[in-house]
Unconditional design. Structure first.
Lengths: 230, 230
DNA sequence: AATTAACTATGATATAAATCATATTATTCG
DNA sequence: CGAATAATATGATTTATATCATAGTTAATT
């Protein structure tokens, strides 16, 4: 990790978007741009909360370890996304780890200033509340999927999420370069199984593999796999 | 469901606790006490959000269906707990179902008034934000458990949660009367497997079954099952 | 450029947990 | 109160998915 002089335009993060213009200079004075190299841990489960971060460049995985060899990826964060916010609960101990998946630049805002911002801006607090409400809905949907949906459905769900989150280029390739292992850790399965499921989906003509990425040929049908059919 | 004249003391729910005294009469004017019989559905997945509810009496399960025969219980709500709050995200469609597990009395607050309360009270918005933050942490922990922990660990986790949520009487019996099927649906397994796991835990002397409930004989050791041990 | 380390690819095997089957016992309710 | 419905209890069987094993490829790092 190192401090960098890159700086954002104070306009794209949740904090800036929900602060009045007069507050921006204060934000500017209280933020710190940090950069992390690929694979570097940004913060880790069990450590104390320092503040919140906004992703400026790169991709971050938010994950929870189980055994040293196993983890579940909870989400991916990209430009504009906030991370570290899970720390605003009662517990001052971080429940998750954040790791850079490529070279990442972040804007860090220490907790005291963030709390001050919350106290001084009702719209910000309200926006954060809504943000959490959405995150909770999403988390609970995934809870059900992990408990009751089969792996193939979760793989389909993962691909659809990636397509939605990262977008696709002109050829339809999902604009990400995540490894299969990483995708598997999001889907909540092993990479061997993930790989087999990709093969099945390929055989069924729902996806296509390219050198660099994946193309969803039939998002409709993929979505079907993520629904119950009794 | 029917409207009832029972009324609470306007002091125990998140809304009342975070409103100034002057607001309480307004709450009083805008709430409605409702009662539901055992097994009655309070609101269901896919329907439109009407407002939030505070449990006054009884136990409610918050669940998400998969196939008609399968569901995951996300949480149990008891006196003082708020339900329906998952609806405050961007989506106006409820993502979950709430069902009465016994006879339940609720205090209902319609969405417009609840939103008005949020707008007029920063502390309330802040409290709700923190509430969500905690719920999210909890949900994500369970996500990992469902994905990576074995069933026995999840059963142990379920028992510890029940003990914590419902408390225990002088004999150590957990003060709830949930069926095994319900507990299994919370643990994310079938009731047959849940039953087998209870047998194992009994054989290991960690729990004891009574006619009416369960006693945790060794909470320490149960907790061990919920941690990684490589 | 060479060496290590990480990721992909597949088949074979093992196993945890779901499903199926069938009694038995409670509980609800007309 | 007695019929019907739901919950418990257990064994047998199946199946989805993880684990193990082994190679081949690509990507990092010195």
């Amino acid at each position: 990790m190192k401090i960098t002089k890159t700086s954002c335009d104070l306009s794209s993060c949740l904090l800036c978007k929900n602060s009045v213009a007069g507050w921006l200079p204060l934000i500017d004075a209280n933020r710190q741009m940090l950069s992390f190299k690929k694979k570097e841990v940004i913060f880790s489960e069990g450590s104390l909360v320092a503040g919140v971060y906004f992703v400026y460049k790169g991709t971050v995985k938010i994950h929870k370890a189980w055994s040293p060899q196993k983890e579940l990826i909870l989400s991916f964060a990209r430009k504009g996304d906030m991370i570290g916010y899970r720390a605003l609960g009662n517990d001052q101990i971080l429940p998750i780890t954040a790791t850079a998946l490529d070279d990442v630049t972040l804007c860090f805002v220490a907790l005291p200033f963030f709390e001050l911002s919350l106290q001084s801006s009702h719209p910000l607090t309200y926006a954060l509340m809504r943000f959490y409400a959405n995150a909770l809905q999403e988390a609970e949907k995934r809870m059900r999927n992990l408990a009751l949906m089969d792996v193939k459905g979760r793989v389909a769900e993962t691909l659809l999420m990636l397509h939605h989150k990262f977008g696709a280029d002109e050829m339809g390739q999902i604009a990400m370069n995540l490894t299969r292992q990483v995708m598997a850790a999001y889907a909540g399965t092993t990479y061997e199984t993930f790989f087999r499921m990709l093969n099945e989906l390929k055989a069924e003509g729902l996806i296509q593999q390219t050198d660099e990425s994946l193309i969803l040929l039939d998002a409709e049908k993929l979505a079907t796999l993520t629904h119950t059919d009794p």
